[in-house]
Write a new protein. Structure first.
Length: 171
């Protein structure tokens, strides 16, 4: 038996990004822009290479990389503790937020999907290269927020599947 084999080793991926806020106006998670590289001075940033997903247990956030760049951030509001900003200012959304409140804050979405007893608001930015989704499961309060490069609606087949008949890319 090895000398230190009885000690529990933590999975470095469980350490994940700190409880950074997600800036939905600047498209950043903490200091890191969507499309940028993770901070290599931090353990999670050094471990995240190529195509990877960082999903620390209990953090309510998942950061996806493609080709060493932050591709997406998915937030489960039931367990997320990082908070939200918009252009650096606190943004009053949480797991109690309603569809009406999100529309008040962000305006009319590019597309709204109402199916399978849920509502998804799709906001498209930068000619459709940045997508922000707000998902209301059970047509209730806000459950999930997704920020992604070239999101779901950037794909023509997905737009058809969602019944989206708006011109692409968005103005």
């Amino acid at each position: 038996m090895a000398l230190f084999s009885h000690y529990k080793r933590e999975d470095p991926m469980d350490q994940g990004p700190p409880e950074w806020p997600l800036d939905l106006g600047r498209f950043r998670i903490g200091p890191h822009p969507l499309g940028g590289e993770p901070d290599r001075s931090e353990l999670w940033g050094r471990l995240m290479r190529g195509d990877a997903v960082c999903r620390p247990e209990g953090a309510g956030v998942e950061v996806g990389l493609r080709d060493d760049r932050i591709e997406s951030v998915f937030v489960d509001l039931a367990s997320f503790h990082g908070g939200f900003l918009r252009h650096g200012e606190p943004l009053p959304i949480d797991a109690r937020s309603t569809e009406g409140e999100v529309r008040e804050l962000f305006g009319e979405p590019y597309w709204t999907d109402r199916s399978d007893d849920e509502v998804i608001l799709f906001y498209e930015y930068e000619a459709g290269t940045v997508e922000l989704q707000f998902e209301f499961p059970g047509a209730g309060a806000l459950g999930f927020v997704t920020l992604a490069r070239n999101g779901v609606l950037s794909d023509a087949a997905q737009r058809r599947a969602y019944g989206c008949d708006r011109p692409w890319p968005p103005a």
